[in-house]
Design a protein around this ligand. Structure first.
Ligand SMILES: Cc1cc2nc3c(=O)[nH]c(=O)nc-3n(C[C@H](O)[C@H](O)[C@H](O)COP(=O)(O)O)c2cc1C
Length: 209
């Protein structure tokens, strides 16, 4: 699909066809496409929990303002943002450093500098850790939505849910924040899509101080 079409046709769809499944192969393609998302120092501090079973989606729906799309969508992703994904010893941080050395982007001697930079940028306070995790994972979530549209799928992002309730129900460790849930599937054809929402214009967006 043309990129502009993807941008204009992606919508948060309220109704999913429960009869139209999303195959494992398509879900994998979606996630692997979105994995090309850029991130701070390439630290990729995101993970996904994939829900397909009616029982688990039903439990999630109760914690998500009873939004029925949680049950109706064939796949619901709990999007996780890793607040510790900048720390020395974290498996992704260590792999990332090794990859940078392997590809010549950094030398072994730069390890202390690299870890120090990550610590001062992303670990300086709880607020910074939260910002690091959510900023990067937000980009990833947007890639998921655009990639889904490109693959002929529809999505619905949701932050109307009880974060601590979902953490408890799905045993999500405390280093993760949960910036959003993402329903994935196919728009239910017998429903009507709401008219496109208004958007800020160029002059609304550009400011000077
Ligand atoms: C992070 C995020 C959280 C959202 N949470 C909800 C939600 O919990 N429930 C809901 O009905 N819509 C939710 N929305 C959908 C927005 O209302 C919708 O994207 C916006 O009105 C623009 O419409 P469009 O996506 O169809 O262009 C959310 C959107 C985003 C990006």
């Amino acid at each position: 699909m043309d990129f502009k079409d993807v941008m204009y046709r992606r919508r948060a769809v309220n109704f999913f066809d429960p009869e139209q499944p999303v195959s494992d192969a398509l879900l994998r393609e979606l996630v692997e496409t979105a994995a090309n998302t850029p991130s701070s120092f390439n630290l990729q501090p995101w993970n996904l929990i994939v829900l397909r079973e009616p029982e688990s989606k039903g439990r999630l729906e109760k914690l998500a303002w009873n939004q029925s799309k949680v049950s109706e969508a064939p796949v619901v992703l709990i999007v996780l943002a890793d607040r510790s994904g900048w720390k020395e010893g974290h498996s992704v941080v260590e792999r990332n450093f090794q990859e940078m050395v392997r590809t010549g982007a950094m030398t072994v001697e730069q390890r202390e500098w690299f870890l120090g930079a990550c610590g001062s940028l992303y670990g300086a306070s709880e607020e910074r850790q939260q910002a690091f995790a959510c900023k990067n994972t937000g980009f990833f979530a947007m890639s998921l939505m655009l990639s889904a549209k490109n693959l002929g799928l529809d999505t619905h992002p949701m932050d109307g849910f009880d974060v601590e309730g979902v953490r408890k129900a799905f045993q999500i460790p405390n280093n993760f924040w949960i910036p959003l849930l993402l329903a994935v599937g196919y728009f239910r054809k017998d429903k009507e899509l709401q008219p496109p929402k208004w958007r800020k214009s160029y002059t609304d967006i550009v400011v000077s101080f």
